[in-house]
Structures are given as C-alpha cells and as structure tokens.
Design a protein around this ligand. Structure first.
Ligand SMILES: C[S@@+](CC[C@H](N)C(=O)[O-])C[C@H]1O[C@@H](n2cnc3c(N)ncnc32)[C@H](O)[C@@H]1O
Length: 226
C-alpha cells in the first residue's frame, strides 16, 4: 500500500513538472484583437507563432507590447540587437510602417539571418528593415544613430555593453527595452540581475518590467534633472 502511495505521489510530481515545462516552452496563444495589423503581418504571425527550435522568438504578448510602444510613441528610428528569425522585428516594423519609420536589426547566425529575410518578405516589411549579418559586439558600437527605440535581445552576458554603446545615441524621450529579465524581481537571474541593477541606477532612465511574457524591461530616457 505504501509503495502504491509512493508511486502515485511520484507520478503526480512528474505530471506537475511536465505541465510546468510545457507551459514554459509552448508558444502562447496569439490574440491580435487589441492590435491592428496589416493582413500580411497578421497572416505571418498567425501561421508562424513559433520560429522553431533554437529561434527563441518573442512570445506574442511581448511582441504586441513592443509594437504598441513604437506605435503609441510615434517612434521612427528603431534598433534591434538579436534578430533570430525575425518575429520581434516584424512586430516592431509593423508599427514603424504606420509611423513612417525604419528598423536596423543585427544577427550573428547566418541561417537565422537568411530565414529572417524570407520572413520579412512574407510579412511585406522588407523595405523597412535593414537586416545586418555579423557580430553585434562590433556592429552596435559602430552605428551612428540616433535611435528612438531599441530592443536588446541577443547574448545576455553582453547586455550591459550594448546599453553602454547605445545609450548616448538614444534620443531624450526614446525607449530602451531588454528581453528575458523576468527573474530580476525575484533576484534569480544571474547576469541579467547585474544588468538590471546597472540599468535601474541611471538617474535619467525610468524603468519598469513587464512580466506578462518573458520579462521585458522598458526604460524611457529623460533629461537629467527631470
Ligand atoms: C533570443 S534570440 C532573438 C529573438 C528575436 N529577437 C525574436 O524575438 O524573434 C537571440 C539571437 O541573438 C543572436 N546573437 C547572439 N549573440 C549575438 C551577437 N554577438 N551578435 C549578433 N547576434 C547575436 C542569436 O544568434 C539569436 O538568434
């Protein structure tokens, strides 16, 4: 009897763990009700809600947030670090298309870069996206700017260096966002914890974290003293 109870408890624990893993790795349901998208963008996002193994695309909730910030603030000069296969770039560029803006995005992996180019074509956004293939460690500091919107989503250990390189080129009123900082509030995110401590100590950056998706920090640059 005791053995049966033990096995049953073990199975229950395994089932709970499996559910947690599935919830963490399965793409969230895509609900576009509260955001107006061009038919080609909507079609792309509906049919490619997950970019495949290793692509690590933003979940729809974070994509929508990026889109809405760009649209509402009227941003036109956007930069993304870490294109992967281009889902977040499509969300951002879709908003830029309504504002008359453009996006530069950087990816180091040639296969993902090529897939992103295909995806931008499918979404009808190629003309708005300057997709660069190469190491962002070198490309980002060499960019002239200025930018009014930045999405940092490449190698987490370099987040701080990207911020240092880009912040002087971010306009006052501009927005700097960073992905996967979700554990920061609970102090469990290692390198990103250090990054968030660094980011939130800038007197001219007002930062909040949206934890509905994978943890998105949203920082607005203000004039010092304001
Ligand atoms: C989390 S994925 C980006 C997902 C993408 N923003 C999206 O939502 O569709 C991170 C990407 O950054 C790229 N990456 C990592 N280090 C890089 C570097 N030093 N330079 C450029 N890209 C880099 C990876 O190859 C990977 O495709």
């Amino acid at each position: 009897m005791k053995i049966l109870a033990f096995v049953a408890s073990l199975l229950l624990i395994l089932a709970v763990v499996a559910l947690l893993v599935v919830a963490r790795t399965t793409p969230d349901a895509v609900d576009f009700d509260d955001v107006e998208l061009e038919p080609s963008v909507k079609h792309f996002l509906e049919t490619h809600s997950w970019g495949g193994r290793g692509a690590a695309n933003v979940p729809a909730v974070d994509g929508q947030t990026l889109h809405n910030i760009v649209l509402e603030k009227g941003y036109t000069r956007a930069l993304e670090i870490g294109t992967s296969t281009g889902h977040s770039a499509i969300w951002i560029a879709s908003a830029l298309s309504k504002n008359g803006g453009k996006l530069i995005t950087v990816e180091i992996d040639e296969g993902r870069h090529r897939q992103a180019l295909e995806n931008f074509k499918s979404a009808g956004l190629s003309d708005l996206i300057d997709a660069r293939l190469g190491n962002a460690h070198e490309i980002i500091p060499a960019l002239e700017g200025p930018f009014d919107f930045v999405f940092s989503d490449a190698d987490k250990g370099w987040y701080k260096n990207y911020l240092i390189a880009v912040l002087p080129k971010l306009e006052i009123g501009g927005c700097y966002t960073t992905h996967n900082v979700g554990g920061w509030l609970s102090g469990s995110f290692g390198e990103s914890g250090d990054y968030m401590d660094y980011l939130t100590n800038f007197p001219n950056m007002k930062t909040t974290v949206d934890n509905r998706g994978r943890g998105l920090s949203i920082s607005y640059k203000k004039e010092i003293g304001k």
